[in-house]
Design a protein around this ligand. Structure first.
Ligand SMILES: Cc1cc2nc3c(=O)[nH]c(=O)nc-3n(C[C@H](O)[C@H](O)[C@H](O)COP(=O)(O)OP(=O)(O)OC[C@H]3O[C@@H](n4cnc5c(N)ncnc54)[C@H](O)[C@@H]3O)c2cc1C
Length: 562
């Protein structure tokens, strides 16, 4: 049965030859009520408000303001509540408890991967999330929306930059409503895909907030009632939430965390980004690209402190040129909120600066999302920062309860969560996960412009057995054609065996090239083997092969010192 209803004028009991869309009052993923005005249209005689024929959730908007429509034009698609069959079916069993082999709390990349794999392994699985959509932070308010917006600002930047080559565009006009709708459409497409994969696997989904009653029972608050789920095994995959800092714990819509910052309602003139980590820098790039004057402050002495300095330097140079300021060793002393402006007193060691901003983005790290799970009731161990402590097989201190994803600690990355989801499902099916030697590498990408990508050992971690070889992109043909001669590629090599143990790149789109480095390092490839691989010309990937040739003193494009 088709669960989504696509509405035309017939569904609103309207018979009209032709009309124009004058207002769209909904966005994808909006929950809507019966009779709520969705779209306003104008005919040559009158204005008509199209009220929703049922409660539901908007899954797609097919028209834009200004479009001409006729009787059969698809206006929008909605999912009506009564089609969320599995949720309702469960809701109707209000008083009964459900019994299952496995319950998973949290439907982010860690949780839904675990659920899908467990179901494929024949385990009866119930998946719970407080939101109706699967995908968690990553899909709904993290990786995907941020990358969508970064893609847009990269387009703006590239268009502006073309003026250096004689092609000039007018200043961009930004229609935020359309941009947010397009972002929501991407999210929605992926949401629908996950929902369909879940349904085809016969996984029960319950929307509600879960808390443990004991080591075999969860209570789910669905908003209307409490549903009990009795389980043999449970996986906690509740993710993380932004860390709040006391000086900024103020109720004011101009003080935002990443989730609100990704739902852009207006472009602030001056914005302060608090935190020079990955999330802060990516969102700083988005707002700068849309026209805000951005300043970044960071409490420690460097931004992106986990990377080698030479990987971060090209980014810092660019930021120092285009942002108002990038201040390290700087914290917020206090904030004064008035209706017109946010006045911020910044502390740098013993001196103070006062600045005025229209908006503040707080990106000071993330903490485990265990609040409300009632972990005390089951005496489950957490570490000093509140992350759930687990073994190599993701077992917690309670035999039948496992934990994966952001909730077990750093690095908080979607691909780490989904890897753990796959493994833990196999553990629940009886497999053991082996020892550390089988552990795959975790690649890191910062999607700023330029991007930074790294895998394996860094120079900061190296010992005397490791040699570093680098090549700048200044002589790489492809880099020069796309104005990225500032880029850098670097490998860390074991002097004795020639095996590559770490590697990174900084420059546009290097995230897409990181898998070559990951493969080299994970498969313990030597510089000799790398030098024997032919890289296509002209590509930036030639710099990876070039590092091996430089290491072996065989490079053609440089003078080798013997
Ligand atoms: C702005 C931003 C950009 C990011 N970009 C990237 C990126 O480019 N690449 C990358 O790898 N990572 C990125 N991340 C990190 C990534 O989003 C997380 O690492 C990933 O989502 C963690 O997955 P998870 O399944 O552990 O948790 P989450 O995705 O947070 O999912 C947890 C789920 O649990 C649910 N939940 C919590 N408590 C309960 C409860 N009591 N009952 C029921 N449900 C509950 C939540 O509703 C949520 O859906 C980004 C994060 C942010 C904020």
């Amino acid at each position: 049965m088709d669960k989504v209803r696509t509405l035309t004028l017939d569904d609103f009991n309207q018979t009209i030859d032709e009309a124009k869309v004058t207002e769209i009052n909904i966005m994808s993923s909006d929950k809507i009520k019966l009779n709520q005005t969705l779209i306003v249209i104008e005919t040559n005689k009158t204005t008509v408000e199209l009220g929703s024929p049922s409660d539901g959730v908007v899954s797609k908007i097919h028209v834009n303001v200004g479009d001409s429509i006729t009787q059969n034009t698809d206006l929008c698609s909605i999912e009506t509540y009564n089609i969320l069959e599995d949720v309702i079916e469960i809701a109707n069993k209000n008083s009964e408890s459900i019994e299952t082999d496995l319950v998973i709390v949290g439907a982010g990349p860690a949780g839904y991967t675990a659920a899908f794999r467990a179901a494929d392994l024949g385990i009866k699985t119930v998946l719970i999330d407080k939101y109706p959509e699967l995908g968690g932070t990553c899909l709904n308010s993290g990786c995907i929306p941020s990358k969508f917006l970064l893609h847009i600002v990269s387009g703006v930047h590239n268009a502006q930059h073309l003026s250096d080559y004689g092609v000039k565009y007018d200043e961009p006009y930004v229609d935020l409503r359309k941009m947010m709708q397009a972002k929501d459409n991407v999210i929605n497409t992926l949401n629908m895909g996950l929902k369909s994969l879940k349904t085809k696997r016969n996984i029960k989904f319950i929307q509600g907030k879960a808390k443990f009653l004991d080591v075999n029972t969860l209570s789910i608050n669905t908003g209307e009632h409490n549903q009990k789920v009795k389980f043999s095994k449970a996986i906690i995959a509740t993710g993380s939430v932004p860390r709040k800092i006391p000086t900024l714990d103020i109720e004011d819509s101009r003080i935002k965390y990443s989730e609100q910052a990704l739902n852009i309602q207006y472009i602030p003139e001056r914005m302060l980004v608090v935190g020079g980590g990955v999330i802060g820098l990516e969102l700083a790039s988005v707002y700068h690209g849309l026209g805000s004057k951005v300043s970044i402050i960071e409490a420690s002495d460097t931004i992106l402190g986990m990377f080698d300095n030479d990987m971060v330097d090209p980014l810092l140079t660019k930021y120092e040129n285009c942002f108002e300021s990038v201040l390290t060793n700087t914290v917020i002393d206090n904030v004064n909120v008035s209706s017109s402006i946010l006045t911020v007193k910044l502390k740098q060691k013993s001196s103070y600066i006062t600045e005025k901003y229209d908006s503040i983005l707080v990106a000071t790290g993330r903490v485990p999302n265990t609040h409300g799970l009632n972990l005390d009731a089951i005496h489950l161990n957490t570490d000093e920062f509140g992350f759930i402590s687990v073994s190599r097989n993701y077992e917690t201190s309670i035999d039948n309860i496992y934990a994966i994803g952001d909730v077990i600690g750093n690095p908080m990355l979607a691909h780490k969560g989904s890897y753990e989801g796959r493994i833990v499902a196999e553990v629940c099916a009886g497999a053991r996960h082996g020892d550390d030697s089988n552990e795959p590498l975790l690649p890191f990408v910062v999607y700023t412009e330029p991007e930074i990508a790294w895998v394996g050992m860094t120079e900061k971690q190296k010992n005397d057995d490791i040699e570093v070889v680098k090549t700048s992109w200044s002589a790489n043909g492809r880099a020069l054609t796309q104005d990225s001669s500032y880029g850098l590629t670097k490998l860390l090599v074991n002097k004795h065996s020639g095996v590559i143990v770490g590697g990174g790149m900084v420059g546009p789109n290097v995230g897409e090239m990181l898998t070559e480095l990951t493969l080299l390092i994970q498969r313990k490839i030597t510089v000799q083997e790398l030098a024997a691989i032919i890289h296509p010309h002209p590509t930036i990937s030639e710099t990876i092969g070039m590092c091996a040739e430089i290491y072996l003193k065989e490079a053609i494009e440089v003078i080798n010192t013997v």
